[in-house]
Write a protein that binds this ligand. Sequence first.
Ligand code: FAD
Ligand code: FES
Ligand code: FES
Length: 480
Amino acid sequence: MAAKTVFILNDREVRVALPAGTALVDFIRDDQRLTGTHVGCREGDCGACTVLLGTPGAQGLRYRAVASCLFPLADAAGCHVVTIEGLNPDGRSPSGLTPVQQAFVSEGASQCGFCTPGLVVSLTAFLLEDAGLNLDDAVTAIEGNICRCTGYTAIRRAVRRLLHEVGRLPQDPGERLPALIAAGVVPAYFAAIPVRLKELPAAVAGKSVRQPGDAVVMAGGTDLYVQRGPGLAGKELDLMSRREGFAAIWPEAERIFIGAAATVSDLMESRLLAAAFPPLAGFLRQVSATQVRNRATVGGNIVNASPIGDLSVILLALDAAIGLRRDAATRERKLSEFFLGYKKTDLQPGELAAWVSVPLCRDGILFHFEKVARRKRQDIASVNSAIGLEMDGERIAAAHVSAGGVAPVPLYLRAASAFLAGRQVSAETVREFIAVAGSETAPISDVRGAAVYKQALLGRLLFAHFLELFPGKLQAGDLP
Ligand SMILES: Cc1cc2nc3c(=O)[nH]c(=O)nc-3n(C[C@H](O)[C@H](O)[C@H](O)COP(=O)(O)OP(=O)(O)OC[C@H]3O[C@@H](n4cnc5c(N)ncnc54)[C@H](O)[C@@H]3O)c2cc1C
Ligand code: FES
Ligand code: FES
């Protein structure tokens, strides 16, 4: 008998005895018959299955948009899950629509309507959580929602209209929710959810779903569900989100530690990381789209060992170390030594990735990331690369350079990094550096491009690092 998972679905408490790995969307549609949540791709690509996930934490209840096709039912324990039906249960606005729905209707932003519930949920999450509420950020919030018939111009108009009509919302999270309830964006029952979640029975609100041992280690599930799909339904899960401290980000001994279960969104919102590496959050916007970023973790990105993993490549250039834990013992390895071969790592049976840590440099580092993919958003890279430079005046004191898509592993460019140390930046240095990097890589031809294309692309990305970091020192014509 599967352990019971208890959570609040829309305005009802549910106690579910289905297997832990059941995809949340299947429970919502097949069991609960809430069919406004659609299924387009089952791979996190289309956003049709987007639901709101409200998770209690130190900062109160936080709502995020997630893809319910990649979400294990057990991870809903103790949370508030909201489907499109839960956003407008009583048709309270004069037209019977919420302001988000109304903006879509007014601007003709929906035709067949297949994508519309997902878009409405994503925008509602944006209104609940975003600080600035500007048009660019609102568009970013729906980058993971694909529409095949309306066209994005009308959707963009709907977003603009919505922001205009909702007006300025309070920044303070305590004031934001009442304002959204008053505006009819979310229904009144939302106000009581934090208290109702606290009253859920603790034993079934998450703790009973931990099954270490033979269980499948699952963090965000964004990789696992795509690889193993329905095969996960009957499995016991060891949920990283339920492990104490695994999602924390903290400073210690001249380093920043990032818990393995921290998500891409956690990294983007971390003040600590923003202070140490100001451009990082901007680069992380290139990772997938909102629904996936809200779930995809650092540990999952590293352990799945994809040769084009963006976080792995970024962390290699930040000279990261990884903490590998079995029971109470943790051993540390350089991330550059962790990847052993295609999808092969130094993780031993029974070990978990517990954290990664990156050193802090007193004078800061120059950091840059480049990624080329077939689509600008919601796609993994053909080739990506990152660089971290410690400067001593005009001289490069230390360098860490990495690349993805040019070897069987996320590659630390050891020789190219060593080549840069001690040199001044010049066109000649950069040309030689690119040649050294080329000698360390061996891309293969696949659906993301021919080997010769990837090799040429890497050279361009390495050059772009210097163009961006040293404006005026190099010209496009200096490219080898
Ligand atoms: C639509 C879509 C777009 C994507 N776009 C990108 C992109 O732009 N860039 C990119 O880099 N990736 C992308 N990905 C891939 C994926 O989202 C990332 O690799 C993500 O970081 C994986 O993390 P996760 O927490 O979801 O991993 P999971 O799926 O939970 O786990 C992945 C693997 O790691 C293991 N694991 C997880 N955590 C631990 C741990 N702490 N200790 C030991 N083992 C662990 C699991 O057992 C599993 O084998 C995309 C995926 C999708 C579905
Ligand atoms: S069904 Fe396409 S993202 Fe879930
Ligand atoms: S309205 Fe048809 S897919 Fe968007």
